[in-house]
Design a binder for this molecule. Sequence first.
Ligand code: AMP
Length: 425
Amino acid sequence: MTTRTTQPVQGMSDLGPPEIRIWQEIEQTTRRIMELYGYAEVRTPIAEYTQVFTRSIGDTTDVVQKEMYTFEDRGGRQLSLRPEGTAGVMRYVAGLGPEATGARLYYIGPMFRCERPQAGRRRQFHQLGTEAIGAPNPASDVEAIALQQHLFSQLGLKGLRVEVNTRGLPEDRAAVSRGLASGLQPHRASLCEDCVRRMETNILRVLDCKQPACAEIVKAIPPVTEFMCEESRKYLDEVLRLLRRLEIEVTVNPRLVRGLDYYVHTVWETRHPALGAQDALSGGGRYRIDFGGDAVEGVGFAAGIERLVTALEHDRPGGAPPSGHGPVWIVSHGARALEENMVLAQALRMRGVACGMDLAGRSMKAQMREANKANAGYVLIRGDMEIEKGVVILKDMKDGAQEELDLPEAIEKLVSAGRAEVLKS
Ligand code: AMP
């Protein structure tokens, strides 16, 4: 296949200015909120041994069966690019042993799924996510949801809908599958082809099939909680009670299953009205993952950053909050001035003032154009003549006012203007 060499791989995107700003803002806010809840960042490799995913996510899931980028490396090892964050973090946590109990970790990074690219579905996308390690406990699940909602509201999202359900205990699975099978069996002929297959391989997935005919059938069968033990139902009740205490609004959706096998008890998904058909902004839940005898339990969520950006652009039509005024732009005239201005730029930057200048000796007009393009707050003009006199011309781009100042005076003014910007932000 020939592709244009300047294009990224289909379904993957470059990220650069200006939209990178909103990404950076999301990341900064995330780091700040994580700190409030005592979470530390973890960065695991983007490739893992394939079995890290097949064993934890489950080998009958769509993610593992159809969507993973799996390859053999030069040493004959079976590796996969991570399709989600939890499995790798849990592998890391299992390696830490008992000292990991109580760990609270978060990650931000790229994930890879070889799906058909469409609006809201990328082959490389990004997630931010959390994991709180520890045995099942409704309070931990509720705190993870509270953190998520705090983060989303801090970012400025509105109109979110959190749907909660339970997957029950692993011991419930056989009864749930039997119950669902007996409910679905009479309608088998009306189910879509995928759901007929799912009835044999992963019957829970029938519940979240998007086909209208399947959704109608599912509506009529009993909710999964009906087939679960008392303990699982009580766990969900306690989660809902604590959510009410924290005044976090959720909707119980008995058809919510989440696609992956490792979930136990609480699962949730958050939807946003601006996301269209792919309206899930985040997914989370409690899980139990077994790494050959080392079981790790925890609770967490992952939010898609591309979808967060879409939702934020909808909820905040003005874009990211203004970041104060732009850099100081130094305009030179003459060869000596260019060199002296390089020294000046370095001195300003060392004192925390953002500044830019043309290094290629272009015309003053071209330099002014650059200053406008950079949204400069001040333009500092200094040619060979000003150097002789020891002065600079400083133009405030807000009101166009221009003054001649001694160089040290101009530097102090720019440094304190920069400081005022920092205090404002
Ligand atoms: P999941 O674990 O599949 O529910 O994914 C968690 C979140 O990641 C979703 O709610 C989306 O926001 C995001 N996400 C999942 N798959 C993709 C994708 N292919 N492209 C963009 N975002 C995605």
